[in-house]
Design a protein around this ligand. Structure first.
Ligand code: WTA
Length: 636
């Protein structure tokens, strides 16, 4: 029996039990059956969460691009690997076959080599959702370079921080990008970022918007002429299982972003295996994930997972509301999409528009719907189920993280009965634990606590680039011998999991993780600001939005508040990106603090959420009087 494609609930439980009883045999079977290895492993797993050190398939040799491309050529060379759907619906979409993808990745890989990129070098990719993004990711993997994709909505400061953190030698970008009606000067952002990035020797520039940009002599090169002259043959570099594949930055609750490092073999096995099962992908299906490749969802479930399965994956350059709110449905109809994977924030924004537009499109190709990035509320779940799935397409509410590499808790469609707002059951190989605050595991059902994972899985991040101690401290120190996710969860009477949200200082806004500290640091750069604190409050569409409490240096200045609000958001946009802008900014004379000087965010959170009935004991605060002032001036 192959455990690769689970078909009914009983089989799920069987497979799951086996994965817990004999994890090594279980993963060995998956790895044996479905991938192309240059050499098989000597050891399936070694691990020690106290260090932490985790190694999967040690001793194996492979190249992930041979698994994602080369091995499909004999049987499906002319099958479409990537459908590129451009921002403007009047422009033609592009179908890239596996043969063509092979050629384009090889050429790109040869360009990287010719520009001096070698195995182990870091390459920063700052591109919009155009084919070059997927191709450059794969080209890096082909030659063993480590890609670090930075979402092209991040600002110059955020980009340079990420480039410098991992000493990238090269940046791959484009002249600009389209976003609905707007175009964005990406190259200008790169130029600003690179004023401060000594490690970068070369910038490769793809043409997208044909704008007039400055090309810095000796550093910047147009990509296309280099590709035109490159050979279409590039032998895949033979890599070790545990060599790094990529770095992807995610916000932490404190300090600079964390460069999560994923390694090749385990990541490949797990993303391929979960893709196949979570989306019940069959040959001929057209799969579409609306994420950006700048996030982990795009890495694992636009590029690697689908391609490792020889699937057809859609890359969408545009936005859900351009040219109107029917765009997603139009794309589904046009390409006869069978699996559609998006975020609750998009569902809520589209639901707000009603069903008039939805009903003008034929969505009958759909078989499975997915949700990712934040908890999906009941209303959005039903809207998605009723109007998009027509109650015929199961919704997979997939819980996972940048750190986990792949989907951890999710229904398997047509196998696991779904339940609104529940991510349901752990994937085979995943052993969740709910912990109470004293560090005790809560056994049995109908319990709620902090979500941990107590056994390694193949695609877990191995470290934080350049800071292993921070990796240990962040994820393995809160609960002994367990990976701590930072999320809270409950387990219902049948063992289904529901994720209740973050329990740390990360706020998820429109599905993007935002740490409070970096935003506060940005605000505090404003010359008029003395101190600030950010909390989240519920928002109809974004899930959560940001509420800032700001102490000004000179509170006498009343004239400037609205201007100051704009300036503060401008600084945030420059330091992090527009996604981190605050919805509400309240100026205050003080912030509630403990006697040791720590801001009591719990109180601020409650005030921002208009939940002031139970603020707890505030008398032990250093400055209890400030609480009433903040309540009195709280913003609507
Ligand atoms: C949240 C995205 C509830 C969670 C793949 C997690 C979710 C964080 C879900 C990771 C879900 C993601 N239900 N919450 N289905 N999926 N989250 O690193 O708080 O961008 O810790 O990875 O998003 O976000 P990240």
């Amino acid at each position: 029996m192959s455990n690769y494609h689970i078909k009914h609930l009983e089989e799920y439980y069987q497979v799951y039990r086996k994965s817990v009883r004999e994890p090594e045999n279980f993963w060995e079977e998956v790895a044996e059956e479905h991938f192309m290895w240059q050499k098989k492993w000597d050891n399936v797993l070694s691990w020690d969460f106290s260090k932490p050190e985790v190694k999967w398939f040690e001793g194996a040799k492979l190249n992930i691009t041979e698994n994602c491309i080369d091995r499909h050529l004999a049987t499906r060379g002319d099958k479409t690997a990537i459908i590129f759907e451009p921002n403007n619906p009047d422009d033609p979409s592009e179908h890239i076959t596996y043969n063509q993808l092979h050629e384009r990745v090889n050429k790109f890989a040869n360009v990287l080599k010719a520009e001096g990129i070698k195995k182990g070098d870091r390459v920063c990719i700052y591109l919009p959702m155009i084919p070059e993004l997927a191709i450059s990711v794969l080209a890096c993997a082909r030659i063993g370079a480590i890609h670090s994709v930075v979402f092209a909505g991040f600002s110059a400061t955020a980009l340079s921080t990420r480039i410098n953190d991992s000493d990238c030698k090269m940046v791959i970008t484009s002249d600009g990008s389209y976003r609905g009606e707007k175009s964005i000067d990406l190259k200008g952002i790169v130029d600003d970022a690179l004023e401060d990035c000594p490690s970068v020797k070369t910038v490769l520039v793809a043409k997208r918007i044909h704008s007039n940009i400055d090309m810095k002599a000796g550093r910047d090169k147009w990509l296309q002429p280099l590709l035109d002259n490159a050979s279409a043959v590039c032998k895949a570099e033979i890599m070790d299982a545990e060599d790094p594949l990529f770095i992807l930055y995610t916000s932490g609750s404190t300090g600079k972003p964390k460069g999560m490092v994923h390694t090749i073999a385990g990541y490949m096995v797990y993303t391929a295996y979960t893709f196949k099962n979570v989306f019940q992908y069959r040959d001929g299906d057209i799969y579409w994930c609306t994420a950006d490749i700048g996030w982990i969802t795009g890495h694992s479930y636009i590029v690697y997972g689908p391609l490792a399965n020889g699937a057809t994956t859609v890359m969408f350059e545009g936005v859900p509301h351009y040219p109107d709110f029917g765009r997603f449905w139009k794309v589904i109809e046009k390409h006869k999409v069978t699996q559609f994977y998006t975020a609750p924030t998009a569902i809520r924004a589209l639901a707000k528009q009603g069903t008039e537009l939805v009903d003008t499109y034929n969505l009958s190709s759909l078989k499975v719907l997915g949700s990712v990035g934040e908890p999906i509320n009941e209303e959005a779940w039903h809207w998605y189920n009723d109007n998009i799935g027509k109650k015929n397409s199961p919704i997979v509410d997939t819980w996972w993280q940048t750190e986990t590499g792949g989907i951890m808790i999710s229904p398997i469609p047509f196998v696991t009965p779904t339940k609104p707002t529940y991510a349901t059951l752990p994937f085979p190989g995943i052993q969740p634990a709910l912990m109470d605050e004293t560090g005790k595991e809560l056994k049995g059902n109908q319990v709620e606590g902090r979500l941990c994972i107590k056994f390694p899985w193949p695609s877990m991040a191995r470290t934080i680039w350049g800071d292993h101690e921070r990796y240990r401290e962040t994820y393995f120190s809160a609960f002994e011998n367990k990976y701590f996710t930072g999320d809270g969860a409950l387990r219902d009477e049948v063992g289904y999991y529901r994720i209740t949200g973050r329990v740390d200082d990360v706020i998820i806004v429109s599905g993007h993780n935002l740490g409070t500290a970096p935003i506060e640091d940005a605000i505090n750069e404003h010359p008029a600001v003395a101190e600030s604190a950010i909390v989240g409050f519920p928002h109809d569409i974004k899930g959560y939005a940001l509420y800032g409490f700001v102490i000004l240096k000179d509170t006498g200045e009343s004239r400037v508040h609205d201007n100051l609000r704009k300036e503060i958001n401008q600084i945030i946009a420059e330091h992090i990106g527009p996604i981190a802008k605050l919805d509400k900014i309240q100026f205050t004379s003080g912030l509630p603090k403990t006697r040791s000087g720590k801001i009591m965010r719990r109180i601020l959170r409650k005030i921002a959420c208009k939940d002031i009935s139970n603020l707890g004991d505030t008398s032990t605060l250093l400055n209890p009087e400030v609480v009433q002032e903040i309540i009195d001036n709280a913003l609507e």
